[in-house]
Design a protein. Structure first.
Length: 383
Protein backbone atom coordinates (compact mmCIF):
# COMPACT_ATOMS: atom_id res chain seq x y z
CA UNK A 1 0.00 0.00 0.00
CA UNK A 2 2.64 2.47 1.07
CA UNK A 3 5.53 3.88 0.16
CA UNK A 4 5.16 6.90 -1.90
CA UNK A 5 1.64 8.02 -2.50
CA UNK A 6 1.02 10.46 -5.30
CA UNK A 7 2.27 13.38 -3.29
CA UNK A 8 3.63 15.98 -5.63
CA UNK A 9 5.50 19.17 -4.79
CA UNK A 10 3.31 21.62 -2.92
CA UNK A 11 2.07 24.78 -4.54
CA UNK A 12 0.57 23.50 -7.76
CA UNK A 13 -3.05 24.25 -8.29
CA UNK A 14 -4.45 20.86 -7.38
CA UNK A 15 -8.02 19.88 -6.64
CA UNK A 16 -7.10 18.81 -3.10
CA UNK A 17 -4.68 20.05 -0.50
CA UNK A 18 -5.24 16.98 1.69
CA UNK A 19 -6.32 13.40 1.20
CA UNK A 20 -7.68 12.06 4.50
CA UNK A 21 -8.08 8.30 4.80
CA UNK A 22 -10.75 7.30 7.33
CA UNK A 23 -13.92 9.20 8.30
CA UNK A 24 -13.93 8.28 12.01
CA UNK A 25 -13.15 10.78 14.77
CA UNK A 26 -9.53 11.32 13.66
CA UNK A 27 -10.29 11.91 9.99
CA UNK A 28 -13.55 13.83 10.39
CA UNK A 29 -12.18 16.26 12.98
CA UNK A 30 -9.20 17.04 10.76
CA UNK A 31 -11.37 17.41 7.64
CA UNK A 32 -13.58 19.87 9.50
CA UNK A 33 -10.71 21.92 10.97
CA UNK A 34 -8.60 22.09 7.80
CA UNK A 35 -11.52 23.31 5.70
CA UNK A 36 -13.33 25.58 8.15
CA UNK A 37 -10.23 27.17 9.71
CA UNK A 38 -7.62 27.13 6.95
CA UNK A 39 -9.80 27.06 3.85
CA UNK A 40 -8.18 23.85 2.59
CA UNK A 41 -9.70 21.51 0.05
CA UNK A 42 -9.98 18.01 1.49
CA UNK A 43 -10.81 14.66 -0.06
CA UNK A 44 -12.10 12.44 2.79
CA UNK A 45 -12.41 8.74 1.94
CA UNK A 46 -13.50 5.68 3.90
CA UNK A 47 -13.67 2.06 2.79
CA UNK A 48 -16.88 1.65 4.75
CA UNK A 49 -20.18 2.89 3.29
CA UNK A 50 -20.66 5.39 6.13
CA UNK A 51 -19.01 8.11 8.21
CA UNK A 52 -18.25 7.82 11.94
CA UNK A 53 -15.77 4.94 11.95
CA UNK A 54 -16.46 2.65 14.87
CA UNK A 55 -18.77 5.20 16.49
CA UNK A 56 -21.29 4.87 13.64
CA UNK A 57 -24.93 4.39 14.71
CA UNK A 58 -28.10 3.79 12.74
CA UNK A 59 -31.73 2.81 13.16
CA UNK A 60 -32.08 -0.91 12.51
CA UNK A 61 -34.97 -2.68 10.76
CA UNK A 62 -36.98 -2.50 13.99
CA UNK A 63 -36.49 1.28 14.17
CA UNK A 64 -34.15 1.10 17.18
CA UNK A 65 -31.11 3.41 17.20
CA UNK A 66 -28.13 1.10 17.71
CA UNK A 67 -24.33 1.12 17.45
CA UNK A 68 -23.15 -1.14 14.67
CA UNK A 69 -19.69 -1.59 16.21
CA UNK A 70 -20.65 -2.00 19.85
CA UNK A 71 -21.64 0.42 22.62
CA UNK A 72 -20.05 3.87 22.45
CA UNK A 73 -20.42 6.07 25.51
CA UNK A 74 -18.99 9.55 25.38
CA UNK A 75 -17.09 10.79 28.43
CA UNK A 76 -14.25 13.27 28.86
CA UNK A 77 -12.52 15.57 31.30
CA UNK A 78 -11.45 17.82 28.46
CA UNK A 79 -13.50 20.97 28.20
CA UNK A 80 -11.78 21.71 24.89
CA UNK A 81 -12.93 18.41 23.36
CA UNK A 82 -16.45 18.69 24.71
CA UNK A 83 -16.83 22.28 23.49
CA UNK A 84 -15.42 21.41 20.10
CA UNK A 85 -17.86 18.52 19.52
CA UNK A 86 -20.74 20.60 20.88
CA UNK A 87 -20.59 22.63 17.67
CA UNK A 88 -21.95 19.61 15.82
CA UNK A 89 -24.44 18.10 18.23
CA UNK A 90 -26.67 18.78 21.18
CA UNK A 91 -26.29 16.29 24.00
CA UNK A 92 -28.36 14.03 26.17
CA UNK A 93 -26.98 13.74 29.73
CA UNK A 94 -26.14 10.10 30.35
CA UNK A 95 -24.13 8.42 33.10
CA UNK A 96 -23.11 4.90 32.25
CA UNK A 97 -23.76 2.05 34.67
CA UNK A 98 -22.61 -1.54 34.32
CA UNK A 99 -23.55 -4.70 36.18
CA UNK A 100 -21.45 -7.84 36.26
CA UNK A 101 -23.18 -11.20 36.23
CA UNK A 102 -21.28 -13.44 38.66
CA UNK A 103 -21.79 -16.64 40.67
CA UNK A 104 -24.18 -18.01 38.09
CA UNK A 105 -26.63 -15.10 37.99
CA UNK A 106 -26.03 -12.49 40.69
CA UNK A 107 -25.89 -8.97 39.22
CA UNK A 108 -23.54 -6.65 41.08
CA UNK A 109 -22.14 -3.17 40.30
CA UNK A 110 -18.95 -3.02 38.23
CA UNK A 111 -16.43 -1.36 38.86
CA UNK A 112 -16.20 -3.09 42.22
CA UNK A 113 -17.47 -0.67 44.89
CA UNK A 114 -18.70 -0.91 48.47
CA UNK A 115 -22.14 -2.13 47.37
CA UNK A 116 -20.50 -4.88 45.31
CA UNK A 117 -18.59 -6.10 48.36
CA UNK A 118 -21.64 -5.95 50.64
CA UNK A 119 -23.74 -7.91 48.14
CA UNK A 120 -21.10 -10.55 47.47
CA UNK A 121 -19.97 -11.22 50.99
CA UNK A 122 -23.14 -10.45 52.98
CA UNK A 123 -21.22 -7.86 55.00
CA UNK A 124 -22.22 -4.36 56.04
CA UNK A 125 -19.29 -2.12 55.18
CA UNK A 126 -20.56 1.34 56.02
CA UNK A 127 -17.68 3.68 55.37
CA UNK A 128 -14.83 4.07 52.92
CA UNK A 129 -12.45 3.12 55.71
CA UNK A 130 -14.44 -0.12 56.25
CA UNK A 131 -14.16 -1.00 52.56
CA UNK A 132 -10.49 -0.06 52.42
CA UNK A 133 -9.72 -2.32 55.37
CA UNK A 134 -11.76 -5.15 53.81
CA UNK A 135 -9.88 -4.89 50.51
CA UNK A 136 -6.52 -4.46 52.23
CA UNK A 137 -7.05 -7.76 54.05
CA UNK A 138 -7.45 -9.49 50.66
CA UNK A 139 -4.99 -7.56 48.49
CA UNK A 140 -1.70 -9.28 47.70
CA UNK A 141 1.35 -7.05 47.67
CA UNK A 142 3.07 -6.95 44.28
CA UNK A 143 6.57 -5.51 44.24
CA UNK A 144 6.51 -4.00 40.78
CA UNK A 145 3.15 -3.58 39.09
CA UNK A 146 3.71 -4.37 35.41
CA UNK A 147 0.81 -6.49 34.17
CA UNK A 148 -2.97 -6.39 34.13
CA UNK A 149 -2.94 -9.19 36.70
CA UNK A 150 -0.64 -7.27 39.07
CA UNK A 151 -2.87 -4.18 39.08
CA UNK A 152 -5.96 -6.03 40.20
CA UNK A 153 -4.40 -8.53 42.58
CA UNK A 154 -2.57 -5.74 44.39
CA UNK A 155 -5.86 -3.91 44.93
CA UNK A 156 -8.47 -6.58 45.60
CA UNK A 157 -6.74 -9.94 45.91
CA UNK A 158 -7.04 -13.16 43.95
CA UNK A 159 -10.65 -14.14 44.59
CA UNK A 160 -12.16 -10.91 43.24
CA UNK A 161 -9.58 -10.86 40.45
CA UNK A 162 -10.68 -14.29 39.30
CA UNK A 163 -14.36 -13.46 39.69
CA UNK A 164 -14.33 -10.19 37.72
CA UNK A 165 -11.17 -9.90 35.64
CA UNK A 166 -9.39 -13.12 34.75
CA UNK A 167 -12.08 -14.76 32.60
CA UNK A 168 -13.28 -11.53 30.99
CA UNK A 169 -9.75 -10.54 30.04
CA UNK A 170 -8.82 -13.99 28.73
CA UNK A 171 -11.90 -13.91 26.52
CA UNK A 172 -11.51 -10.30 25.40
CA UNK A 173 -7.83 -10.48 24.54
CA UNK A 174 -7.21 -14.18 23.96
CA UNK A 175 -4.46 -14.10 26.56
CA UNK A 176 -4.00 -14.08 30.30
CA UNK A 177 -3.99 -10.73 32.16
CA UNK A 178 -0.42 -11.55 33.24
CA UNK A 179 0.59 -11.14 29.56
CA UNK A 180 -1.02 -7.72 29.11
CA UNK A 181 0.19 -4.28 30.07
CA UNK A 182 -1.17 -2.96 33.38
CA UNK A 183 -2.92 -0.13 31.53
CA UNK A 184 -5.63 -2.49 30.26
CA UNK A 185 -7.33 -3.52 33.51
CA UNK A 186 -6.28 -0.22 35.13
CA UNK A 187 -9.00 1.35 32.95
CA UNK A 188 -11.46 -0.09 35.46
CA UNK A 189 -10.92 1.32 38.98
CA UNK A 190 -11.79 -0.18 42.36
CA UNK A 191 -13.87 2.03 44.63
CA UNK A 192 -14.46 2.11 48.35
CA UNK A 193 -17.45 4.45 48.05
CA UNK A 194 -20.85 3.55 46.56
CA UNK A 195 -20.46 5.44 43.26
CA UNK A 196 -21.76 2.91 40.74
CA UNK A 197 -21.04 4.93 37.59
CA UNK A 198 -18.62 3.35 35.12
CA UNK A 199 -16.91 6.69 34.48
CA UNK A 200 -16.31 9.68 36.74
CA UNK A 201 -15.42 12.21 34.01
CA UNK A 202 -16.62 15.79 34.20
CA UNK A 203 -18.56 15.54 30.93
CA UNK A 204 -20.70 12.44 30.30
CA UNK A 205 -23.31 12.60 27.56
CA UNK A 206 -24.59 11.03 24.35
CA UNK A 207 -25.10 12.95 21.10
CA UNK A 208 -28.82 13.79 21.18
CA UNK A 209 -29.49 12.71 17.58
CA UNK A 210 -26.81 10.04 17.50
CA UNK A 211 -23.15 9.88 16.49
CA UNK A 212 -23.78 9.60 12.76
CA UNK A 213 -25.73 12.86 12.69
CA UNK A 214 -22.89 14.54 14.61
CA UNK A 215 -20.37 13.29 12.01
CA UNK A 216 -22.58 14.38 9.13
CA UNK A 217 -22.68 17.89 10.60
CA UNK A 218 -18.92 17.83 11.13
CA UNK A 219 -17.98 16.93 7.57
CA UNK A 220 -20.68 19.08 5.97
CA UNK A 221 -18.20 21.84 5.17
CA UNK A 222 -17.45 23.78 2.04
CA UNK A 223 -14.19 22.26 0.92
CA UNK A 224 -14.82 18.66 2.08
CA UNK A 225 -15.40 16.10 -0.66
CA UNK A 226 -16.58 12.87 0.96
CA UNK A 227 -16.22 9.54 -0.84
CA UNK A 228 -17.54 6.43 0.93
CA UNK A 229 -16.88 2.82 0.04
CA UNK A 230 -13.49 3.88 -1.28
CA UNK A 231 -10.13 2.30 -0.44
CA UNK A 232 -7.02 4.40 -0.02
CA UNK A 233 -5.33 2.22 -2.64
CA UNK A 234 -8.01 3.14 -5.15
CA UNK A 235 -7.53 6.89 -4.85
CA UNK A 236 -3.83 7.01 -4.02
CA UNK A 237 -2.64 7.30 -7.57
CA UNK A 238 -5.61 9.02 -9.17
CA UNK A 239 -6.39 11.78 -6.69
CA UNK A 240 -4.40 14.95 -6.88
CA UNK A 241 -3.33 16.10 -3.43
CA UNK A 242 -0.40 17.61 -1.58
CA UNK A 243 -0.51 15.89 1.77
CA UNK A 244 -1.93 12.79 3.31
CA UNK A 245 -3.58 12.10 6.67
CA UNK A 246 -3.87 8.38 7.35
CA UNK A 247 -6.09 7.05 10.18
CA UNK A 248 -6.12 3.31 9.34
CA UNK A 249 -3.72 0.70 10.77
CA UNK A 250 -0.15 1.97 10.50
CA UNK A 251 1.32 -1.47 9.68
CA UNK A 252 -1.10 -1.75 6.75
CA UNK A 253 0.10 1.60 5.41
CA UNK A 254 3.69 0.32 5.39
CA UNK A 255 2.73 -3.00 3.78
CA UNK A 256 3.45 -4.88 7.04
CA UNK A 257 7.14 -4.37 6.38
CA UNK A 258 8.12 -5.48 9.87
CA UNK A 259 5.27 -7.97 10.25
CA UNK A 260 1.67 -7.54 11.38
CA UNK A 261 0.82 -5.50 14.43
CA UNK A 262 -1.65 -7.51 16.52
CA UNK A 263 -5.15 -6.06 16.76
CA UNK A 264 -8.03 -7.72 18.59
CA UNK A 265 -11.37 -8.02 16.86
CA UNK A 266 -14.97 -8.69 17.86
CA UNK A 267 -17.98 -10.33 16.28
CA UNK A 268 -21.12 -8.37 17.09
CA UNK A 269 -24.30 -10.41 17.46
CA UNK A 270 -27.14 -7.89 17.18
CA UNK A 271 -30.71 -8.88 18.11
CA UNK A 272 -33.92 -6.85 18.00
CA UNK A 273 -36.48 -8.12 20.48
CA UNK A 274 -40.22 -7.60 20.44
CA UNK A 275 -40.29 -6.31 24.02
CA UNK A 276 -39.56 -2.85 25.44
CA UNK A 277 -36.60 -3.77 27.66
CA UNK A 278 -34.12 -6.64 28.06
CA UNK A 279 -31.89 -5.78 31.04
CA UNK A 280 -31.82 -3.20 33.87
CA UNK A 281 -28.80 -1.20 32.66
CA UNK A 282 -27.07 -0.41 29.37
CA UNK A 283 -24.33 -3.01 29.77
CA UNK A 284 -24.11 -6.30 31.63
CA UNK A 285 -20.66 -7.92 31.76
CA UNK A 286 -20.22 -11.71 31.82
CA UNK A 287 -16.77 -12.26 33.31
CA UNK A 288 -16.93 -16.06 33.63
CA UNK A 289 -14.89 -17.91 31.05
CA UNK A 290 -17.63 -20.39 30.11
CA UNK A 291 -19.96 -17.72 28.66
CA UNK A 292 -18.64 -17.13 25.13
CA UNK A 293 -19.39 -13.41 25.02
CA UNK A 294 -17.97 -10.65 27.25
CA UNK A 295 -20.90 -8.27 27.54
CA UNK A 296 -24.44 -7.52 26.41
CA UNK A 297 -25.44 -3.95 25.58
CA UNK A 298 -28.93 -2.49 25.31
CA UNK A 299 -28.90 0.80 23.45
CA UNK A 300 -32.16 2.38 24.58
CA UNK A 301 -30.67 2.98 28.04
CA UNK A 302 -27.96 5.13 26.39
CA UNK A 303 -30.00 6.87 23.71
CA UNK A 304 -33.19 7.48 25.67
CA UNK A 305 -35.22 6.35 22.67
CA UNK A 306 -38.84 5.44 23.43
CA UNK A 307 -40.19 2.49 21.44
CA UNK A 308 -41.85 -0.90 21.85
CA UNK A 309 -38.87 -2.93 20.67
CA UNK A 310 -35.33 -3.08 21.98
CA UNK A 311 -31.99 -3.97 20.40
CA UNK A 312 -29.13 -5.70 22.17
CA UNK A 313 -25.62 -6.70 21.14
CA UNK A 314 -23.53 -9.64 22.33
CA UNK A 315 -19.78 -9.12 21.89
CA UNK A 316 -17.81 -12.21 20.90
CA UNK A 317 -14.07 -11.53 20.96
CA UNK A 318 -12.15 -12.80 17.99
CA UNK A 319 -8.67 -12.96 16.51
CA UNK A 320 -10.07 -12.55 12.99
CA UNK A 321 -11.97 -9.59 11.60
CA UNK A 322 -11.72 -5.82 11.51
CA UNK A 323 -9.02 -4.36 13.77
CA UNK A 324 -10.77 -2.86 16.79
CA UNK A 325 -8.26 -2.87 19.63
CA UNK A 326 -4.48 -2.45 19.67
CA UNK A 327 -3.13 -5.08 22.08
CA UNK A 328 -1.10 -3.32 24.80
CA UNK A 329 1.96 -5.39 25.70
CA UNK A 330 5.66 -4.61 25.54
CA UNK A 331 6.57 -6.60 22.41
CA UNK A 332 3.73 -5.01 20.43
CA UNK A 333 4.79 -1.57 21.57
CA UNK A 334 8.32 -2.34 20.41
CA UNK A 335 7.02 -3.37 16.98
CA UNK A 336 4.86 -0.24 16.81
CA UNK A 337 7.94 1.88 17.58
CA UNK A 338 9.56 0.49 14.42
CA UNK A 339 6.58 1.63 12.38
CA UNK A 340 6.56 4.95 14.20
CA UNK A 341 10.18 5.45 13.16
CA UNK A 342 9.14 4.88 9.52
CA UNK A 343 6.33 7.40 10.01
CA UNK A 344 8.81 9.97 11.28
CA UNK A 345 10.80 9.49 8.08
CA UNK A 346 7.63 10.27 6.12
CA UNK A 347 6.83 13.80 7.32
CA UNK A 348 4.42 14.54 4.46
CA UNK A 349 2.04 11.95 5.93
CA UNK A 350 0.31 12.46 9.30
CA UNK A 351 -0.70 9.34 11.21
CA UNK A 352 -3.59 10.05 13.56
CA UNK A 353 -6.08 7.95 15.55
CA UNK A 354 -6.39 4.70 17.44
CA UNK A 355 -5.17 2.39 14.67
CA UNK A 356 -2.58 4.71 13.13
CA UNK A 357 -0.85 5.44 16.44
CA UNK A 358 -1.56 2.00 17.95
CA UNK A 359 -3.01 3.44 21.15
CA UNK A 360 -5.95 2.14 23.18
CA UNK A 361 -7.64 5.54 22.92
CA UNK A 362 -11.21 6.51 23.70
CA UNK A 363 -13.18 8.82 21.39
CA UNK A 364 -12.30 11.96 23.34
CA UNK A 365 -8.59 11.12 23.28
CA UNK A 366 -8.68 10.64 19.51
CA UNK A 367 -10.52 13.95 19.15
CA UNK A 368 -7.87 15.63 21.32
CA UNK A 369 -5.09 14.03 19.28
CA UNK A 370 -6.67 15.25 16.03
CA UNK A 371 -7.09 18.78 17.39
CA UNK A 372 -3.43 18.78 18.48
CA UNK A 373 -2.38 17.59 15.00
CA UNK A 374 -4.42 20.40 13.50
CA UNK A 375 -2.70 22.97 15.71
CA UNK A 376 0.72 21.73 14.53
CA UNK A 377 -0.38 21.91 10.89
CA UNK A 378 -1.79 25.42 11.37
CA UNK A 379 1.44 26.60 13.01
CA UNK A 380 3.52 25.17 10.19
CA UNK A 381 1.26 26.80 7.60
CA UNK A 382 1.54 30.12 9.42
CA UNK A 383 5.31 30.07 9.62
P1 LIG B 1 -11.88 4.49 13.53
O1 LIG B 1 -13.17 4.85 14.16
O2 LIG B 1 -11.46 3.06 13.48
O3 LIG B 1 -11.88 5.09 12.03
C1 LIG B 1 -10.91 4.73 11.08
C2 LIG B 1 -11.62 4.64 9.74
O4 LIG B 1 -10.62 4.45 8.71
C3 LIG B 1 -12.56 3.45 9.63
O5 LIG B 1 -13.87 3.89 9.36
C4 LIG B 1 -11.96 2.60 8.51
O6 LIG B 1 -12.96 2.03 7.67
C5 LIG B 1 -11.14 3.62 7.72
N1 LIG B 1 -10.00 3.03 7.00
C6 LIG B 1 -8.96 2.34 7.54
N2 LIG B 1 -8.10 1.98 6.58
C7 LIG B 1 -8.60 2.44 5.39
C8 LIG B 1 -8.16 2.38 4.05
N3 LIG B 1 -7.01 1.77 3.70
N4 LIG B 1 -8.93 2.95 3.08
C9 LIG B 1 -10.10 3.57 3.42
N5 LIG B 1 -10.56 3.66 4.68
C10 LIG B 1 -9.81 3.11 5.66
N6 LIG B 1 -14.54 5.02 23.00
C11 LIG B 1 -15.17 5.79 23.92
O7 LIG B 1 -14.78 6.94 24.15
N7 LIG B 1 -16.25 5.30 24.62
C12 LIG B 1 -16.75 4.06 24.41
O8 LIG B 1 -17.73 3.66 25.05
C13 LIG B 1 -16.11 3.24 23.42
N8 LIG B 1 -16.56 1.98 23.20
C14 LIG B 1 -15.96 1.23 22.23
C15 LIG B 1 -16.46 -0.04 22.00
C16 LIG B 1 -15.89 -0.84 21.03
C17 LIG B 1 -16.44 -2.23 20.78
C18 LIG B 1 -14.77 -0.36 20.28
C19 LIG B 1 -14.12 -1.23 19.24
C20 LIG B 1 -14.25 0.90 20.53
C21 LIG B 1 -14.84 1.71 21.51
N9 LIG B 1 -14.38 3.00 21.76
C22 LIG B 1 -14.98 3.77 22.72
C23 LIG B 1 -13.19 3.55 21.05
C24 LIG B 1 -13.61 4.37 19.82
O9 LIG B 1 -14.27 3.53 18.90
C25 LIG B 1 -12.34 4.93 19.18
O10 LIG B 1 -11.60 5.71 20.10
C26 LIG B 1 -12.62 5.86 17.98
O11 LIG B 1 -13.71 5.43 17.20
C27 LIG B 1 -11.35 5.89 17.12
O12 LIG B 1 -11.51 6.78 16.04
P2 LIG B 1 -10.47 6.70 14.84
O13 LIG B 1 -10.87 7.77 13.87
O14 LIG B 1 -9.08 6.70 15.35
O15 LIG B 1 -10.66 5.25 14.20
N1 LIG C 1 -12.29 -5.90 32.37
C1 LIG C 1 -12.55 -7.07 33.05
N2 LIG C 1 -13.80 -7.29 33.56
C2 LIG C 1 -14.79 -6.40 33.42
C3 LIG C 1 -14.55 -5.20 32.72
C4 LIG C 1 -13.29 -4.98 32.20
O1 LIG C 1 -11.66 -7.91 33.16
O2 LIG C 1 -15.91 -6.66 33.90
C5 LIG C 1 -10.94 -5.68 31.83
C6 LIG C 1 -10.79 -6.31 30.43
O3 LIG C 1 -9.45 -6.71 30.26
C7 LIG C 1 -11.14 -5.14 29.54
C8 LIG C 1 -10.46 -4.00 30.27
O4 LIG C 1 -10.68 -4.30 31.67
O5 LIG C 1 -10.64 -5.34 28.23
C9 LIG C 1 -10.96 -2.61 29.94
O6 LIG C 1 -12.37 -2.56 30.13
P1 LIG C 1 -13.27 -1.50 29.37
O7 LIG C 1 -14.66 -1.64 29.87
O8 LIG C 1 -12.62 -0.17 29.45
O9 LIG C 1 -13.16 -2.05 27.86
P2 LIG C 1 -13.67 -1.46 26.46
O10 LIG C 1 -14.98 -0.72 26.72
O11 LIG C 1 -12.58 -0.58 25.94
O12 LIG C 1 -13.86 -2.69 25.62
Amino acid sequence: MTGSPAIRPAGRNKPFDYLIVGAGFAGSVLAERLTSQLGKRVLLVDRRPHVGGNAYDEKDAGGVLMHKYGPHIFHTNSEEVFRYLSQFTRWRPYEHRVLACVRGGLHVPMPINRTTLNMLYGVNLQTEADAEAFLASRAEPVEKIRTSEDVVISQVGRELYEMFFRGYTRKQWGMDPSELDKAVTARVPTRTNTDDRYFTDKFQAMPLDGYTRMFENMVDQKGVTLQLGVEYEDVRDEADFDRLIFTGPIDEYFDHRYGKLPYRSLRFQHETLDQPWFQPVAVVNYPNEETPYTRVSEYKHMTGQQCDKTTITYEHPSAEGDPYYPVPRPENQALYKKYEALALETPEVHFVGRLATYRYYNMDQVTGQALATFRRIAEREGS
